[in-house]
Design a protein around this ligand. Structure first.
Ligand SMILES: [Zn+2]
Length: 383
């Protein structure tokens, strides 16, 4: 496969393009972020946005919250830097890990915030996971759509027009480019562009309507609210990272020190190297494994690419980590197959149809990765 001469991302990476020097567009927009964006102007824009909304409603803003490093930092920053009164909204995707739950409790209590947590029907979640896996090889449709749609529904219900997300997508893909100099609006266009995998809740309804177990209302939490309601609210839905330069390592350190936020091990990742990354979900290992089977790379490639770009890691070290850690079977796969009531060969057959050429995977992987310490506490269908 062709790879970026600088960061090593392969040609199967979403939205990637290479220039005449063989450097990818993600690397190029990162240069722009560092050199050309006036972050002091952006900070003034944020000051103005906050001033427009402060004290006008029951809450100054709404913060969708997963408990990962980005949403935790976002909440911390808005409360500490601006003294805002936020409404925190948490969509529980069904796989929150013990350490994450403990982090969340500490964060909420130490910051002093109101929280609404919503957990959708597990039987519906499983049905949606199966359908999205078969159609797209991405079982996280319920999570992507729920996380982005549900808080917007609550913004309308509670009449909170200002919504703050964390990391802008320009950090890791080129759907929105730092070079466009526009603020990325987290709206329905963005939702349909890449959040929902090209499947709206209405589409999903059509796909599974023959399923007698489901009530059409089951899909409401995954449905983006009507545009007229959002317009009436005069909403702004933006990423904090569009206004301040996003620095994951620095921000993770800060929330660890200030909030007692703890990192965790994640399947398929070298222990201790990126303890703050993607600790939110017990099925992250399966997600990364599917990416490996479809596209020939996994999270180690993605994370080391970021470090190479920031001159924090040599290419040789990245290659060594990738060779050691990528392409091992995650222990969570056994639970995943149990949830969806399928065999591993059923699973492989589904993924085989979705492989992104020129990658040609080997489905005979037998090497298992290690279990994480909390593996025994993850939900089991049969106990
Ligand atoms: Zn690159």
């Amino acid at each position: 496969m062709i790879r970026c001469n600088r960061c090593g991302l392969p040609e199967t990476y979403e939205t990637i393009e290479f220039d005449e020097k063989g450097i990818c567009n993600i690397c190029r927009q990162q240069e722009h972020k560092d050199i050309k964006i006036s972050w002091s102007d952006r900070k003034t824009m944020l000051d103005n946005l906050v001033a427009e909304h402060r004290g006008k409603h029951d809450y100054d803003c709404l913060v969708p919250f997963s408990g990962g490093k980005d949403s935790t930092f976002t909440l911390y920053y808005l409360v500490k830097e601006y003294g805002l009164k936020p409404l925190v909204v948490q969509f529980n995707h069904g796989f929150m890990r013990p350490k994450l739950l403990a982090n969340n409790e500490r964060t909420f209590k130490r910051l002093g915030v109101d929280v609404i947590s919503f957990t959708p029907n597990w039987k519906v979640v499983k049905r949606l996971m199966l359908e999205a896996l078969i159609r797209k090889g991405d079982f996280c449709w319920h999570c992507h759509t729920g996380i982005f749609a549900y808080p917007m529904r609550l913004a309308i219900r509670y009449q909170v027009p200002l919504v703050f997300w964390g990391e802008p997508s320009s950090e890791y893909t080129a759907y929105y480019d730092y070079r466009d100099d526009a603020i990325e609006e987290v709206d329905e266009t963005r939702f349909n562009r890449f959040v929902n995998l090209g499947i709206t809740a209405e589409d999903m309804q059509g796909m599974i309507e023959k399923d007698s177990q489901l009530d059409p209302r089951d899909l409401i939490p995954y449905t983006y609210p009507p545009l007229r309601d959002l317009k009436q609210l005069r909403y702004r839905s933006v990423c904090l990272g569009s206004f301040i330069p996003w620095d994951v390592k620095r921000q993770s350190k800060l929330i660890m020190e200030e909030l007692g936020w703890e990192g965790d091990e994640v399947e398929g990742m070298p222990p201790g190297l990126y303890p703050y990354e993607k600790i939110e979900c017990a099925m992250q290992g399966v997600r990364d494994y599917i990416k490996f089977l479809k596209r020939g790379y996994s999270r180690v490639t993605q994370m080391t690419a970021i470090d190479i770009r920031a001159n924090r890691m040599a290419k040789e070290e990245a290659d060594r980590l990738i060779a050691e850690w990528e392409g091992r079977k995650p222990p969570s796969l056994a639970l995943f197959l149990e949830y969806l009531n399928m065999t591993e060969s059923d699973f492989n057959e589904i993924i085989r149809k979705l492989v992104v050429p020129p990658f040609d995977p080997d489905f005979e992987i037998i090497k298992w990765g290690p279990r994480t310490a909390d593996f025994e506490h993850w939900y089991r269908e049969r106990t």
